[in-house]
Design a protein around this ligand. Structure first.
Ligand code: KIV
Ligand code: NA
Length: 264
């Protein structure tokens, strides 16, 4: 198996070939997504509210996310592994950003990192690109800035579309290898996708982006409760696991499990 690398993503954009990205945080799911042919896995800071039990991505630290990145990178051979830079680990300066990114590559085995931001984070992206660290810039709705943005809201409407397109171009000029566009009207994401030569990955950004991403627990229906509009559930893993756990408990309670075949 040969590793998916950044030029492959660039070639797919040029060939008009779309691709799917998923989050992954552990060895079994990472191996399954690799087997499914998913070319790019993101160890998102969404681990904060999808693995660690927090209610947003803000609390997760570098030390908490790093072992998950290592789990995914050591259990896969083909996908490109992107690590998210957690809130507070890169915004202060390009130097801080560089040191955090290096930890994800050295200790986590990541091949690239992702940072959130508008134009203010362009110096950070530039520092990474200059250092040979592939960087994906996450624009539009950026969950780490939730409190500044006033909650989960669609970005890039009206006059803000210009600002977003300018940020996209600035990140491309800074050397970002791709853009992630979250919760932006489809037509604006389409315009960004046409305006830059690097691939765009959409989430809640319509189907004109070069690629798409979903949090795997959302995609597989593990999560309960109200889902964002942009999520499509491709399985009902919550019900599957719930029923398995119930049946297991019931068989233990009624002495059906373990049976003779499970007994030494
Ligand atoms: O952390 C994450 O999972 C993400 C994607 C949803 C884009 O940033
Ligand atoms: Na994220």
């Amino acid at each position: 198996v040969s590793r998916v690398r950044i030029p492959h993503l660039q070639q797919m954009k040029e060939a008009g070939k779309k691709w799917a990205m998923l989050t992954a945080y552990d060895m079994y799911t990472a191996a399954i997504f690799e087997e499914a042919g998913i070319p790019v896995l993101l160890i998102g800071d969404s681990a904060s509210n999808n693995v660690l039990g927090n209610d947003s991505s803000l609390p997760i630290t570098v030390d908490e996310l790093l072992p998950l990145v290592r789990a995914v990178s050591t259990s896969t051979r083909r996908p490109l592994i992107i690590a998210d830079l957690p809130f507070g680990s890169y915004q202060a300066s390009p130097e801080q950003c560089f040191h955090t990114a290096v930890r994800f590559m050295k200790e986590g085995g990541a091949h690239a990192v992702k940072l959130e931001g508008g134009i203010g984070m362009v110096p950070q992206a530039e520092m990474l690109a200059r250092s040979g660290i592939p960087v994906m810039a996450h624009i539009g709705f950026t969950p780490q800035a939730e409190h500044q943005l006033g909650g989960y809201r669609v970005q890039g409407r009206g006059d803000n579309a210009r600002t977003l397109i300018e940020a996209a171009k600035a990140f491309e000029a800074a050397g970002a290898f791709a853009l992630l566009i979250e919760m932006v009207p489809g037509e604006i994401a389409a315009e960004i996708t046409r305006s830059v030569s690097i691939p765009t990955v959409g989430i809640g950004a319509g189907n004109q982006c070069d690629a798409q991403v979903l949090v795997w627990q959302d995609m597989a229906g593990l999560r309960s409760g109200k889902l964002p509009r942009f999520v499509k559930q491709y399985a009902d893993m919550r019900t599957l696991l719930l029923n398995a756990a119930k049946e297991y408990a019931s068989e233990v309670e009624t002495s059906i499990f373990p049976g003779p075949e499970h007994t030494f």
